[in-house]
Design a protein around this ligand. Structure first.
Ligand SMILES: O=C(O)[C@H](O)[C@@H](O)[C@H](O)[C@H](O)COP(=O)(O)O
Length: 264
């Protein structure tokens, strides 16, 4: 559903805890319904905050970690193990602490991996991995080029970027390919690999995470009818649901009619 729903929490810690609880429930439900679940992770402080909250949640073992596929929305195209890679940070925040099936942890290629330093080839390789999972996973009978992810999470940048889709750059204009290489990103590192908007929109649920005053303008712009080329977050929506999870500071510039007042 393209029309976004908004949930505003008092601060980013509460937002991370509540989002982690929400994710546990979603994954458990998907596993009960379809046998397995698929989640797309995001980098950034809020995405990692959510993973850390999940790691310390007593309910985390309600998830059958061996029946969970993890994908990434984007990656900084750096060598394996680089502390700036999203997958390295996710491993530290949560993944190393839970019994995942390593064959279901679909990290994006590193710049010293099988595709060398060719980010476009790495993107094509990741697209092929997604297509193969779409052919064999739940709902394979009417598969598209990527799986129907249960939940796809995205941090929102102060410039309204999501994944590595930056305003006005070619990646946000892509309509055919599901994964592309990004060159010349305004936020370092300049070379990245990212899902495109069509891939993001294959998800059942898209959750956008925005906390802090520096996100207030981005949230207001993206939620006030801006175009997706100028404001990529405006183009990120799920098949069934689009959920913005904000804290008070990030919601402070939203038009009041967009959401009910936060609870005390
Ligand atoms: O790839 C990156 O450089 C970041 O991961 C970035 O895309 C991040 O997700 C957003 O800027 C939101 O960041 P915060 O959650 O840290 O505010």
């Amino acid at each position: 559903m393209r029309a976004p729903q908004l949930v505003v929490h008092h601060d980013k810690e509460l937002m991370a805890q509540a989002a982690a609880a929400r994710l546990i429930t979603k994954v458990v439900d998907a596993q009960a319904t379809r046998g397995s679940a698929s989640v797309v992770l995001t980098g950034g402080r809020n995405g990692n905050g959510l993973l850390a909250a999940l790691a310390s949640s007593p309910a985390r073992d309600a998830i059958d970690w061996s029946r969970l596929d993890l994908w990434w929305g984007d990656e900084r195209f750096l060598p394996e193990g680089d502390p700036e890679r999203n997958v390295t940070q996710a491993r530290e925040a949560l993944l190393d602490a839970v019994p995942l099936d390593p064959s279901r942890v679909h990290a994006m290629p590193a710049s010293d991996g099988p595709y060398g330093d060719d980010a476009d080839a790495a993107a094509a390789g990741y697209a092929a991995e997604l297509a193969s999972a779409a052919r064999s996973g739940p709902g394979a009978e009417d598969h598209g080029p990527v799986p129907t992810f249960d939940v796809l999470m995205l941090g929102v940048g102060p410039d309204t970027h999501v994944a590595s889709l930056f305003p006005e750059l070619p990646a946000v204009r892509e309509t055919e390919r599901m994964v592309v290489g990004v060159h010349g990103a305004p936020k370092p590192p300049p070379t990245r690999v990212t899902l495109t908007l069509p891939a993001i929109r294959a998800a059942r649920e898209v959750w956008l995470l925005a906390a802090g005053e520096d996100k207030a303008r981005a949230a207001a712009v993206a939620l006030s009818g801006a175009g997706e080329i100028q404001a990529p977050a405006a183009g990120a929506y799920g098949r069934r649901r689009t959920l913005w999870l904000l804290d008070d500071a990030a919601a402070s510039r939203l038009p009041r009619d967009l959401y009910p007042p936060a609870s005390p």
